[in-house]
Design a protein around this ligand. Structure first.
Ligand code: EPU
Length: 423
């Protein structure tokens, strides 16, 4: 069966007004926690999940490995990893979703063996695995990369001191989910500090792991001999919530996004202010007010709490309609600025040179047919469509479905003229 053709249709809108709730962080936190459930026999549950395409792929992958995956409530998946498990992640699934690599650590820790297809590059850059590999080797794992697969095995995992060259989210997750069952202490230095790392650690601790320092640059893990199943609900999706904050900035209005905090937005909360918005913490969320054209500023992406690379496309869209010129530097992924060519089709003036983009604000954008290159770039083009004359049709919008359970519905609830179609 061929894949459905998904499109977003956006028209001039605004102001956006009202309150929306951020979904649970399904793609970047939930999927990884489901993989971590492989660490022990028995049934663990992960709650506050929302139906996004990547969740289906993770379900298929865990089933291919031999786990039983079932919905036990509207937003809760149970993973029964009693086994027997086949410690292999096939190419067909890994190539569809990079988070498939998150089964590597749990399978190694539990079985001493794992064979995982190499994910390869994708639309946002080359995305290497060297930091995962070097950290695992420090714990005694033997790895061979051949025929497009990582073959990893270990007799006895031993704790190690690992200093990451770069605070990689994926490498921190792999090493954390391996170290929990290693013998002795593992210290991960220069670890990623993203809130989803702390959330993964909270799930592991609920399973009986001994983890300290998650959310700081130094994570210490004291290995235990076995873990037990646990129940955990994932945190609110700060990236989805942040997307809605940027929507309010770009379109104008008064929007409260419940279920996230300004702290989870990191430097992006300050950048929203630099771009002209009034940003306030509320009891249960973040309120954004904007009644003018965005102001220009410079943005550089950095690991958390720096300005998230996932928000970069939204900042480019805001600057594309701002009063003045801003410079955007993408420091995390090597090809994430490629989407700006699509934005230029809408009349934006973005000139890229390697990791830098010079964005000259234009008074108006014009609706056009454009293409989503990745999940966040796709969402950014939808936001641009809300301030462009005429209709914008975002093609290849299945990318948006990978991470957003209902982007069109949430924007429409705030008054945006947007619809998602699937044929
Ligand atoms: N890197 C290496 N070697 C490694 C690992 C990473 O050189 O061994 C490089 C990557 O090539 C990249 C940079 O380090 O240039 C950052 O990679 P990181 O490992 O931190 O990111 P990730 O785990 O691949 C996750 C999210 C991304 C998010 C980044 C940064 C998931 C599934 N993906 O990717 O989310 O942008 O962390 O916060 O959680 C998105 O949601 O749209 C998205 C791309």
């Amino acid at each position: 069966m061929s894949e459905p053709v998904v499109r977003y249709h956006a028209r001039p809108s605004g102001p956006l007004v009202g309150t929306v709730r951020a979904a649970g962080m399904t793609k970047n936190a939930g999927c990884k926690q489901l993989a971590a459930a492989l660490l022990c026999p028995g049934t663990s549950t992960v709650g506050n999940l929302h139906p996004v395409a990547d969740l289906e792929v993770m379900g298929e992958l865990l089933r291919a490995i031999g786990a039983d995956v079932t919905w036990v409530a509207d937003d809760t998946l149970a993973v029964d990893a009693s086994g027997p498990l086949v410690p292999e992640a096939p190419y067909e699934l890994v190539s569809r979703m990079r988070a498939s690599i998150n089964v590597l650590g749990p399978l190694l820790a539990r079985h001493g063996r794992a064979r995982v297809a190499m994910p390869g590059g994708d639309n946002i850059g080359s995305r290497k695995l060297d930091l995962h590999v070097r950290g695992l080797q420090a714990m005694g794992v033997e790895l061979e990369v051949a025929h497009g697969f990582i073959d990893a095995q270990v007799n006895a995992l031993s704790g190690a001191r690992i200093v990451l060259d770069f605070p990689s989210v994926g490498a921190t997750e792999t090493l954390l989910t391996t170290a929990v069952l290693a013998k002795g202490e593992t210290v991960i230095d220069n670890a990623a500090r993203e809130p989803e790392i702390s959330d993964l650690a909270a799930f592991l601790v609920a399973m009986g792991a001994r983890v300290e320092g998650a959310g700081t640059p130094t994570i210490t893990v004291e290995g235990v001999t076995e873990l037990h199943p646990a129940d955990h609900a994932v945190i609110g999706d700060r990236i989805e919530g942040g997307t809605l904050c940027f929507a309010a900035l770009v379109v104008g209005g008064d929007v409260t996004v419940a279920g996230i905090t300004t702290a989870q937005l990191g430097v992006a909360a300050d950048k929203l202010v630099d771009l002209g918005a009034v940003v306030e913490s509320t009891l249960d969320g973040v309120r954004i007010r904007m009644d003018d054209r965005p102001r220009s500023t410079d943005v550089q992406t950095l690991p958390f709490p720096g300005f998230a690379t996932d928000f970069m496309p939204f900042a480019v869209v805001a600057l594309a309609t701002a009063d003045g010129t801003g410079i955007v530097t993408e420091n995390v992924f090597d090809n994430r600025l490629a989407f700006t060519a699509e934005l230029n089709r809408m009349g934006a003036s973005v000139h890229t040179e390697g990791r830098h983009a010079v964005v000259r604000g234009a008074r108006r954008l014009t609706g056009a047919p454009v293409r989503a290159l990745d999940v966040r770039a796709g969402a950014a083009l939808v936001l641009a469509g809300l301030v462009a004359e005429g209709e914008t049709v975002v093609h290849d919008a299945r990318h948006i479905d990978r991470g957003y359970p209902d982007l069109a519905g949430k924007l429409a609830a705030l008054g945006a003229d947007v619809a998602r179609t699937s044929t």
